[in-house]
Write a protein that binds this ligand. Sequence first.
Ligand code: CUA
Length: 308
Amino acid sequence: MLSGCDGRHNWMAGAGEESAQVKTLFIVLMIGAGVIWSAVVGAAIYAHKRGAHPNLEREARQFVIWGGAVLPTVLVGALLVWGLIILRDITADDGDLTVRVDGERWWWRVIYETPEGDVITANEIRLSIGQRALFRLTADDVIHSFWVPALGGKMDMIPGRETMLTLTPQTLGSWGGLCAEFCGGAHALMRFDAIVMEPEAFDKWLAEQAEPAKLSADNPGFEVFQAEGCGACHTIRGTDAQGPVGPDLTHLASRDKLGAGMWDMTPTNMARWITDTHEMKPDIDMPPYPHLNGARLDTLVDFLMRLE
Ligand code: CUA
């Protein structure tokens, strides 16, 4: 029951302004519920001990009106107002940075809006500490839910609609993000890292992500990539590979994880991802390439691991 209260998905960590607000709301609700529960049980015990008595009718009516109608109305009304204020704050349509995230089956298309244009990446979100980021969320074909428990609230991603959420990280580190709405076969394997960086490091990272891939197109690994048809689904900016279907791979190796936040970005995992794709992540659209092996596979993996 307490597995969400520790580690990278710790919603009690208060690593963001929004999650700290949610935590305070939760604590106040729990204390309030405890006090009310004790009062109700106490009243029941008192009534049982005192027993029925005709002279008590007026007193009992007053008790029902104040304790049963007025008090709950005031308390629940106050909580509602407070909850709405928090909801307004964490879904407000403003931020120092705008990031569009599109839920796909089962990965995340991530687009940073910058004055120079869109910067496209996938399956990893980086944020600058103290900077309020506005997330504009949507989904491709089924409903997903975007959630970084340590940083803030969770928000549904709905096809054909745009929902909004803000995250203002206050603690450096790599926090875990996940899909919190059952969305089909690989739902449980739909994750991402949310990495909070110092402002200078973040600006440098974003500038690097905006660049095209540094490799020359006559790279032998790129030849395998194109011969196997990978470029029909994946884009590597600066090359002929311009497929719009799967994650953008321009700076694939700069990400910490592989397979939408699931496995460490290592050559071994990459080779396995290519040959045993559905063993690692069942149901996904990417077909496995079991016929790739030996030098050809090594060349392809080496090429992908250089896409920094
Ligand atoms: Cu996407 Cu669950």
